[in-house]
Design a protein around this ligand. Structure first.
Ligand code: GLA
Length: 416
């Protein structure tokens, strides 16, 4: 009898503690995460980071391997002075080529000519500006530019990054031979966790093994395509299947991925080319509008020290950025396509919609967004505001239409 009572008591205790821990983990996890991740502590901390799409700057698109501590300091200064920091940009990320070797203990060695003060001092400088600091490595034996990769050194590298004060890691996929993508990224995720420092983890395997299906709970963002290039459309190698894509080619590859994005885990259509000189101002405005409606990470890729006013105006546009950073975290979708004329719509936290009318073609066109396309009944009256013009267009019922110039976008909010 006594034994039975003890067993019942023990069972009550076990069930109670299971329920207790479920309640705790629900409390701590603001958004649902994949159950396929090994431990709940991994998924919990991933979902807290990057609750809205990360914003910052990355060296690759403009500077390639030409990176140095002087450049990074100047970029950090410019991020503050230009108003970008005030608009929400925070991560300053050095892409490939900061590293040259490993020492006899296996520690990554930074290029001493380009980074004579060392990475820690540079991270401290960036932090002192109220910004965050990011680095790049690769899941394979070497990076895409042949520098040491993290394969086999994941925990050592993660500890090193944490000791330097790294807040963001972009992790590439070159020289990975037969490695499995998911488990390779899981290893570095676990190593970052073990480092004890919250580090945003940017998966960069170009969409090859469909990271949107497994990346939630491992990374905070994952590239969905090959690299962007500074042009409106077309591949940089005509006829080839790889390697660089224009803005509209990348855009097409985001269709169908909407449901995989959300707070803490974003589809990444690659960094911005705004201001790099290959497109017109209207094309850059459209590029930025589309990345915002996609809830894409906004990583500027231009020279912040030398921005034309119209470029600065695009990158710091608070109302467009607010669409990207909307706390609901939904990714916009293409709701209508008529040849080169398209309507993209994104649900906002307040029940409104952000809408991009996109003209991909070479002639001006009239584009209309019907309320039904936006998921509203057609009798509804809603306030329409043109975001780039910064003015209210008044109440509309049933639809909104505008004439859109070639290679351009009009961006509005529709608020019932
Ligand atoms: C790959 C990535 C790019 C960049 C380069 C650096 O191509 O996709 O974003 O990081 O490597 O070598």
């Amino acid at each position: 009898m006594k034994r039975r009572a003890l067993i019942i008591l023990a069972a009550i205790f076990v069930i109670g503690s299971i329920l207790g821990s479920v309640a705790v983990s629900l409390d701590r996890a603001p958004s649902p995460v994949s159950s396929s991740v090994g431990t709940s502590s991994v998924s919990t901390s991933v979902s807290i980071l990057a609750s809205t799409p990360p914003m910052g700057w990355n060296s690759w698109n403009k500077f390639g391997c030409n990176v140095s501590e002087d450049l990074i300091r100047q970029i950090a200064d410019a991020m503050v002075a230009s108003g970008m920091k005030d608009s929400g940009y925070q991560y300053v990320v050095i892409d490939d080529c900061w590293q040259v070797d490993r020492d006899s203990n296996g520690n990554t060695v930074a290029d001493a000519k380009r980074f004579p003060s060392g990475i820690k001092a540079l991270a401290d400088y960036v932090h002192a500006k109220g910004l965050k600091f990011g680095l790049y490595s690769d899941a394979g034996t070497k990076t895409c530019q042949g520098r040491p990769g993290s394969r086999g050194y994941e925990y050592q590298d993660a500890r090193q990054y944490a000791a330097w004060g790294v807040d963001y890691l972009k992790y590439d996929w070159c020289n990975t031979s037969t490695q499995d993508a998911r488990s390779s990224y899981e290893t570095m995720r676990a190593a970052l966790e073990a480092s004890g420092r919250p580090i945003v983890f940017s998966i960069c395997e170009w969409g090859t093994s469909r990271p949107w299906l497994w990346g939630n709970g491992i990374g905070n963002l994952w590239r969905t395509t090959d690299d962007i290039t500074d042009r409106w459309e077309g591949k940089s190698k005509p006829g080839a299947d790889c390697c660089s894509l224009g803005v509209t080619d990348i855009l097409d590859r985001q269709v169908g991925l909407e449901s995989f994005a959300g707070p803490g885990h974003w589809n990444d259509p690659d960094m911005l080319e705004v201001g790099n000189g290959g497109m017109t101002t209207a094309e850059y405005r459209a590029h930025f509008s589309l990345w915002a409606i996609l809830a894409a990470p906004l990583m500027a890729g231009n020279d912040l020290r030398d921005m034309k006013p119209e470029i600065r105006e695009i990158l710091t546009h608070k109302e467009v950025i607010a669409v990207d950073q909307d706390p609901k975290g939904g990714q916009g979708q293409r709701v209508r396509k008529n040849g080169s004329l398209e309507v993209w719509s994104k649900e906002l936290q307040d029940g409104g919609r952000a809408v991009v009318l996109l003209n991909r073609g070479t002639e001006a066109g009239e584009i209309s967004a019907s309320w039904e396309d936006l998921g509203y009944p057609s009798h509804l009256s809603a306030k329409v505001r043109d975001l780039w013009q910064g003015h209210d267009l008044g109440e509309r019922t049933g639809m909104f239409a505008a004439s859109v110039a070639p290679h351009s976008a009009v961006m509005v909010t529709v608020k019932p």
